[in-house]
Each structure stands twice: as structure tokens, then as C-alpha cells.
Design a protein around this ligand. Structure first.
Ligand SMILES: C[S@@+](CC[C@H](N)C(=O)[O-])C[C@H]1O[C@@H](n2cnc3c(N)ncnc32)[C@H](O)[C@@H]1O
Length: 262
């Protein structure tokens, strides 16, 4: 894989705040997150098994796969175990360090690089499969990272990304101690894009209306194959820390877009 594509692009203004946030919080989340390195592929806060969703191709031998915003790298590890040539990128140095340590511990060869989704250091059409699980899908401006994803995926290749659902984002209280999402719409749907939370002003998330996701994906050469809206699994134990099982049985807390580059 060549590494000489670097556009003359200034870093997005929100990027450093998100890196600072992840540098500060990565340690606290590490022990629970690292358990996923030992698990079979599963998705989202309710750990929905990949079987049935089939987000990862059953056979990945020889495929070039990229994870954008790989964090600690467990999704990359699942793809490497299926035989893919995997690259994982993340702008937060401590996350990349953890991912490298884990791949060494598990004896997996994965190329973990410090980079960000809005300016991918890869040639056009370098990858067969690109995934973002709460990476650029949540922390990068979609109007910047989706054109990059489109550029680096070969025609016929796949893009999969998972993020908070729009229902979650509209009903989540402003402050963390305001509790989990309830049944009232707390912010406007139309025009939603950059979202800030008052108790963590350094971080910036991005969300779009479903109409705007569809418009943007289509305009960047993607066909949308599926939109999975993940609710609590019926046998889920208790509640996840940021959402109750009762709420998440009625509304999806997370959404996964599956697309083909055409
Ligand atoms: C919730 S974690 C990703 C979860 C990941 N699947 C794991 O294994 O931990 C979010 C990651 O997004 C990364 N991130 C933040 N801004 C980004 C950007 N502009 N491009 C790519 N990744 C970004 C953060 O550094 C952080 O590691």
C-alpha cells in the first residue's frame, strides 16, 4: 500500500479537542473495551452478534481493509483474524499505542497508524472494505470524511459505519448527570450537524438527519444496502450505562449504515 497521498489540507478546527478528549478518557475505558479483543465480532452497546447482521464478510483473506478511528483496535483484530490485510488509523497517540501493544500480544500483524479520517494518507482505491465503529462515524465531519472514504475504496468495495442513532442524539439530556435519554425531543432534527455537549466542551460530535446521510452518501458514489437500527436485545441484561433497556427496546440507540462503492 502506498503512503504518498497527502493533500495540502489544514486540520479541521475541532480535531485537537477530540484528540485531547480521547487522550484524557482512553485509560478509564480501557479495561472494558480491551475485552472485545477476546470476543467474537459483535456490535454496539448490546453486543449484537455479527451472525445475522453479517457486517464483516465471512471470508476476508486477501482483502485490504481499513478501520477509520480504530481506537484500541478490536474491530481491526476481528478482520485480521479473518485473513484481511488490515490498516487501522486513529489520531490519538495513546489509542494507537494500545492497539499496537494488543496486536503484538495477540500475535496479529496489523498496520496501526496515527492519522485522521478527514485526510487519509492512502492512494485512491486502495481498500476493499472500510469500517468505522464510533470512529470518524461520530467524531469527524461527514462532509469531510465520507469523500475521503469514497476516494480510498475501490469500486464494488464496501463501507460500514456505526454511530449513535438520531433518536438517541435528539433525546439525550445535555448534561451527563441528566440521566439517560427520555421520551422528549430536546434538540432540533432539521439542520443537525455539529453537536456539542456542555459538560465536555472540548469534544465535537457529528450527526445528520437520515435524509442528509442518504443525500451525502449517494452524492459520494455510495449505494446504501442496509440501515440497521439496533435496539436492546430481548435477552440483554439490565441497562447500558448511557441508555435504559426499556428505552432501547422502543427506540434504536445505534444505527449501522452498510454501503457499496459504485
Ligand atoms: C469510541 S473510540 C473507537 C472505538 C474503537 N472501535 C475501539 O476499538 O476502541 C473513538 C475513536 O475515534 C477517534 N477519533 C477522533 N477523531 C477522529 C478523527 N477525526 N478521525 C478518526 N478517528 C477519530 C478517537 O481518537 C478514538 O480513538
Amino acid at each position: 500500500m502506498k503512503n504518498n497521498h497527502m493533500k495540502d489540507q489544514t486540520k479541521p478546527s475541532y480535531l485537537q479537542g477530540n484528540i485531547d478528549n480521547w487522550t484524557e478518557h482512553s485509560e478509564a475505558q480501557k479495561s472494558s473495551i480491551l475485552r472485545r479483543w477476546e470476543m467474537e465480532p459483535c456490535w454496539g452497546m448490546w453486543k449484537a452478534p455479527d451472525k445475522g447482521l453479517d457486517l464483516l464478510p465471512s471470508e476476508m483473506t486477501g482483502l485490504y481493509a481499513l478501520e477509520i478511528g480504530c481506537g484500541t483496535g478490536y474491530v481491526s483484530s476481528w478482520m485480521a483474524r479473518k485473513g484481511a490485510n488490515v490498516t487501522g488509523i486513529d489520531p490519538t497517540a495513546v489509542q494507537i499505542e494500545t492497539a499496537r501493544d494488543m496486536s503484538e500480544k495477540h500475535n496479529l500483524k496489523i498496520n496501526f497508524l496515527e492519522a485522521y479520517g478527514e485526510n487519509l494518507p492512502f492512494e485512491d482505491a486502495s481498500f476493499d472494505f472500510v469500517i468505522s465503529e464510533y470512529g470518524s462515524s461520530l467524531w469527524s465531519d461527514p462532509y469531510l470524511w465520507l469523500p475521503e472514504a469514497s476516494r480510498v475504496i475501490r469500486k464494488g468495495g464496501k463501507l460500514v459505519f456505526l454511530t449513535n442513532s438520531i433518536f438517541f442524539t435528539l433525546t439525550c439530556p445535555d448534561l451527563e448527570d441528566g440521566g439517560p435519554p427520555g421520551y422528549e425531543l430536546l434538540r432540533p432534527y432539521q439542520g443537525i450537524h455539529k453537536v456539542k455537549w456542555p459538560d465536555t466542551p472540548e469534544e465535537t460530535e457529528f450527526h445528520l438527519t437520515h435524509g442528509k446521510w442518504i443525500e451525502l452518501l449517494n452524492s459520494k458514489g455510495f449505494r446504501i444496502d442496509a440501515l440497521h437500527e439496533l435496539s436492546a436485545l430481548p435477552n440483554a441484561n439490565g441497562s447500558y450505562d448511557i441508555v435504559t433497556k426499556e428505552w432501547a427496546s422502543k427506540y434504536p440507540a445505534e444505527e449501522i449504515w452498510v454501503c457499496t462503492r459504485i
